[in-house]
Design a protein around this ligand. Structure first.
Ligand code: MG
Length: 350
């Protein structure tokens, strides 16, 4: 018997309510419907992966992810999982048009194989850190509700707030940022602010907003994907004149994108997410970033604490992320499944 052959698997949907509706420039969400996959190897080890559903992306409806995961399970049942790189490549060839599903399956198979080998993913990724600090994300909400959210985050000890912008125009964005700055102070200290435009700004709007933030003495540390995904030239132009580093998120969906971003000098920070590119491709992106002298950020979708586990292993194990945006467990209600991730306010450990 080959202990690494895939014996069985189970796929489930998982509905978890958000503590407060999550609003971005793209839409609003009161609950997340995620799809989880558990894979069992003949040797007894099991692995877990989870894909977060989206109301915006057609490729990430729970129905489609369920379908893709069932296809993957059927295809790989009985197959040898030990050649993780080869299997992962096959998984992405089969289900790459639904990145969430492919990533969940890849996480589950990697988790299972490493458990079978009795190696922790944290160690496998480099074993660097024991604890990391995360930000807390605030919706693109009305200023009044942003105040409440910022105050709640400050009370929980968060010192970096990520604010969704690009909704309601520059004035609404500024008011939201101002509310976060004023109410998000911990022991009188201004919070560090990450502004996430989700592709909804122009170069001119982004620069005007950053200028206003600077005049108001906000501690803006990063602007994330203000421009449309394909506006590579715009990103490069913005990066040159921006007073704060520019991060690529939606523009970064493969290692090839990373090479292009580096070539065009179109971002200072590369935001990776296992949900976007899985494990193998993410490691390739990280290698490109390091070689090109770019900084790294790690983000998530709306995975449960259990679904965040592999991202936490990567963030802690690799240990070289300048920005850690792994906070979906904070935004979801407490009845979510828990894994090895331990949260103490703004800190994550395993
Ligand atoms: Mg983003």
């Amino acid at each position: 018997m080959n202990p690494f052959s895939l014996r069985s698997g189970s796929i489930e949907t998982l509905s978890i309510a958000l503590k407060t509706p999550f609003i971005t420039s793209l839409g609003e969400k009161k609950q997340t419907v995620n799809v989880s996959v558990r894979l069992s190897l003949a040797g007894g080890a099991t692995g877990y992966g989870e894909a977060s559903g989206s109301v915006v992306l057609a490729a990430h409806t729970p129905q489609r992810m369920l379908r893709e995961l069932r296809t993957l399970l059927k295809k790989f049942r009985g197959a040898d999982m030990s050649a993780m790189a080869t299997v992962s490549r096959d998984v992405w060839k089969t289900a790459g048009k639904t990145p969430g599903a492919a990533a969940a399956f890849e996480c589950a198979l990697t988790d299972a194989v490493l458990r079978q080998l009795r190696v922790s993913p944290h160690t496998w990724f480099g074993g660097k850190k024991r604890r990391i600090e995360t930000d807390c994300t605030l919706s693109a909400d009305a200023p009044e509700r942003t105040r409440i959210a910022a105050l709640r985050a400050a009370k929980a000890g968060f010192r970096t707030l990520k604010i969704k912008i690009g909704k309601g125009g520059g004035e609404a964005d500024f008011e939201r940022i101002r509310a976060a700055d004023a109410l998000g102070r911990v022991r009188g200290k201004r919070p560090a602010l990450i502004l996430d435009g989700n592709q909804k700004l122009t170069v001119r709007c982004a620069l005007a907003l950053l200028k206003r933030c600077r005049r108001a003495r906000f501690k803006t540390v990063l602007i994330e994907q203000p421009l449309p995904r394909d506006d590579w030239k715009g990103m490069a132009r913005l990066r040159k004149s921006s007073p704060v580093p520019v991060a690529a998120d939606e523009s970064l969906r493969s290692a090839a994108d990373a090479v292009r971003l580096a070539d065009m000098d179109a971002a200072d920070v590369f935001n990776v997410k296992l949900a976007k590119t899985g494990i193998r491709e993410t490691l390739d992106i990280m290698a490109v970033a390091r070689a090109a002298g770019k900084s790294l950020m790690i983000g998530c979708m709306q995975e449960s604490a259990l679904g965040l586990t592999m991202s936490a292993h990567l963030a802690l194990g690799a240990g070289d992320f300048s920005f850690v945006d792994l906070d979906s467990d904070v935004l979801l209600e407490d009845n979510q499944p828990r894994g090895a991730v331990i949260r103490h306010g703004r800190f994550l450990s395993l």
